[in-house]
Design a protein around this ligand. Structure first.
Ligand code: FE
Ligand code: FE
Length: 200
């Protein structure tokens, strides 16, 4: 895969190198490398779908920025921003996107709503995902180091039709969670109803 680099100063208060430095303060190397692969996969998907690769690349790069923050950091954001108190019943799997985008806004100076929403929805999806949210969601799922049963099928579907990829991932994720008797954050059910069940 060709490697593309944008400096991102159009959409962030720091350039790419400064963003990488901030990311490395909060992420171990494994997670950091995953973010770099998601960035490249997102750029590739943006080009295939005729949307701005710089926006997609930045969303992909920072999507897991908050993934390894202490719980207290998220709880503080939930309380300070008066977010849905039900969020406190969940954990980092939900928080790092649905709450973490606010840490990205505050700490990396990214204010573009397309990027912030893409990060917000990258784990649970949403009823009204734009192309950037769809790309971030799928790049995270199919980046080159992903290795699960069906990943090649997921890649093929996604490169053929981005939205069909979103449906594929969402259906499989929900089946997986239900199969494990996991609690599902209600906004994820709303997203499933729109994405997989086609509820308007
Ligand atoms: Fe994530
Ligand atoms: Fe990720």
């Amino acid at each position: 895969m060709n490697e593309f680099k944008y400096n991102y100063t159009k959409y962030a208060k720091m350039n790419r190198d400064e963003i990488l430095t901030e990311m490395q303060k909060h992420l171990n190397d494994e997670r950091f490398q995953h973010c770099l692969r998601v960035e490249q996969t997102a750029i590739e998907l943006a080009k295939e779908n005729d949307v701005d690769p710089e926006i997609a690349g930045l969303a992909g790069l920072v999507h897991d920025y908050a993934k390894q923050r202490p719980n207290e950091d998220f709880i503080k954001v939930i309380v300070d921003h008066h977010l849905d108190p039900d969020l406190l019943n969940y954990g980092k799997a939900i928080w790092h996107g649905y709450v973490g985008y606010l840490l990205i806004q505050a700490e990396l100076g990214i204010n573009d709503a397309r990027i912030l929403n893409a990060v917000k929805y990258h784990t649970i999806g949403a009823p009204d995902m734009d192309k950037y949210a769809q790309i971030t969601y799928m790049a995270d799922f199919i980046e080159p180091a992903r290795d699960f049963e069906g990943v090649q099928e997921a890649r093929d579907i996604t490169h053929e039709n981005l939205w069909q990829g979103v449906i594929y991932q969402n259906e499989n994720t929900m089946k997986f969670l239900i199969g494990k008797n996991k609690a599902i954050y209600p906004a994820a059910i709303v997203a499933y109803n729109a994405i997989v069940a086609g509820l308007k």
